[in-house]
Design a protein around this ligand. Structure first.
Ligand code: NAD
Length: 271
């Protein structure tokens, strides 16, 4: 049986992730590049997308207008200020969306929920297969250990990352809180700078480090009396996110409307 090629449009094409996505699509034999989009007035517009990412010419010109042809999936890794406009454009054109941009505003999140009633959308703060499994392991560990074990989370990213804590750290923290029936916002502690008291029962501490060129590191610790469990994921290379996002693009093409994440794409099951 001949498997159909999935057509993709990459948004944020000139960025670190955009270029990695472009290269990964061009090297794939299951995907075809049909569009590359970046911001109005930015460098790289009008250039061939292959040349932009250091590959041979591919015949797709980088544009500031998102025009996915019928059946194409939009893969957006740009910046939060662009997200609402991009979701609107997908709605206008009925294009399935794989969204990787992190640090979304609450308005963008609301629009995402609304749009998912009409479009199939995969949104993940981290598209790596390893992190997706770590999130599941975190849930299972939190549920098995119970709320008496104290959970603390640490994340480290390159110096250019704008949002903190990382979307992935928030996702892991939410999974840990939910596993014991708690609301993350009620138990998350992002800073202890001015706290003049000891750690309270049930809180989940999050700590962010920024520096160098680290692609991303997340470490979740569960402290019991006399023992400790650590779950750590280290991303060595951006291509892990690109491979996961493109796997999601193949999965989402032709799906029913809904807001999905990598747990659905990888069929990891839910608690
Ligand atoms: P970057 O700053 O290198 O690239 C962003 C690109 O988006 C730039 O080329 C910029 O010109 C472009 N852009 C800005 N406004 C735009 C618009 N209106 N339309 C189209 N393009 C526009 O950033 P990056 O490191 O590539 O990361 C991009 C996003 O992806 C960030 O939010 C980052 O946190 C996120 N990210 C997500 C994952 C994941 O797995 N979900 C992994 C890595 C990064």
């Amino acid at each position: 049986m001949i498997d159909r090629l999935t057509s993709v449009v990459i948004v944020g094409a000139r960025g670190r992730m955009g270029q990695t996505l472009l290269r990964t699509v061009m090297e794939s034999d299951t995907m075809t590049l049909v569009g590359a989009v970046d911001r109005t007035g930015g460098p790289g517009l009008g250039q061939d997308a292959g040349r932009l990412c250091g590959m041979p010419e591919v015949g797709v010109t980088v544009s500031d207008l998102m025009e996915p042809p019928r059946g194409a999936v939009v893969v957006d890794f740009s910046l939060p200020r662009a997200t609402e406009r991009n979701i609107q454009r997908c709605l206008e054109l009925g294009a399935p969306l794989v969204l990787g941009t992190t640090g979304l505003s609450s308005e963008a999140r609301t629009l995402l929920e609304e749009a998912s009633k009409e479009l199939p959308i995969v949104y993940a703060a981290n598209f790596s297969v390893g992190i997706s499994v770590m999130i599941r392991l975190s849930e299972l560990a939190a549920k098995s250990l119970g709320p008496d074990w104290e959970a603390e989370l640490f994340e480290l990213h390159h110096r250019h990352k704008r949002d903190a804590p990382s979307g992935t750290a928030l996702r892991i923290g939410k999974a840990v809180a939910a596993a014991n029936g708690r609301r993350f916002d009620d138990v998350a502690v992002m800073s202890r700078e001015k706290a003049d008291h000891a750690r309270t029962s049930g809180e989940i501490g999050l700590m962010s480090l920024r520096g160098g060129d680290s692609v991303g590191e997340h470490s979740l610790m569960f402290f019991g009396d006399g023992e400790r469990i650590e779950l750590t994921h280290r991303a060595m290379d951006r291509s892990i996110f690109a491979r996961g996002a493109l796997r999601a693009a193949r999965w989402v093409a032709g799906r029913a409307p809904g807001l999905y994440d990598m747990v659905d794409v990888l069929d990891l099951g839910r608690l």
